[in-house]
Design a protein around this ligand. Sequence first.
Ligand code: ATP
Length: 311
Amino acid sequence: MTTSAAPRVVHARAPGKINVFLKVGALLEDGYHDVATAYQAVSLAEDVRAHPADDFSVSFSGTVDVSNLATDGSNLAIKAATLLARKAGYRSGVRLEIEKHVPIAGGMGGGSADAAATLLACDALWGTDLSREDLLELATQLGSDVPFAFTGGTAVGMGRGDQLSPALAKGQFQWVFAFADFGMSTPEVYRELDRHRDRHSQDIFPAEVQPHVDAIVLQALRAGDPHMLAEVLHNDLQAPALHLEPELGAVIELGESNGALAGMISGSGPTVAFLVADLDHALELQIALSAARLNVVRATGPVHGARLISD
Ligand code: ATP
């Protein structure tokens, strides 16, 4: 029997993120660290279009350089689709087209956003009937930042960053991002942090095993006050990222001397995120950084997590 319905295409979108606060706990015996983070989803998104297909494939386009991205089973989007198919008992595949706007290996969770949007798109395409909780459970299996890309907004992440609780945030914060023309490996930045802590064990307090997010950070988010938030932005991965790529320090200084309230390394870097007071300051900073030949993008936060888009 043939059906008259044309094969559908499902379009899903998921956001990149910034960690406005990130504390990394002591190195655990399993080689990982617990973290305490406050995430904000920002208006730099990944668009995933899922087409019916017999097997699994992915192709990329977008505003960031996608030429070196693996498209085999190591790609997080393929992993997300195959994991969902296995869970749902789905026997066919999917052809994924991904439009990337979040820099690759940039510390903004682009791969995680691809995985979250792929879960949602394939779930709708295949009609799996899984619950939101089931999808979130799969997201957790795919990576620490994938659950947040799924839920979006503003949230506190504990454990590996995947134990989420929503946080209140008023209004919109204005961000300006300076992208680097290279990527940084998250595990390598964590290793550098461990080496740094070993080297300075005599003169710094030992890292907490279970760090927490400072209450003042949540207050600043709740108040929607960029000046207050700028005072408390914090990233434990900044020092090791700057140790590995010292020239990023000059980028932070350039932004801070051109009107940014504060600049920080985003996640494990190398993207530098600047918080600004309002749109006018964002535009001025964008012009100043672009004049220094940096690749600059403006965004606001918080925004939605993964969602379906009707084209
Ligand atoms: P995180 O901070 O979550 O580790 P990130 O934002 O720094 O990640 P991503 O762009 O998510 O960086 O990519 C991290 C690594 O994952 C890269 O080395 C990249 O090659 C690999 N990767 C696998 N799938 C993807 C994907 N769909 N998009 C981007 N990178 C991917």
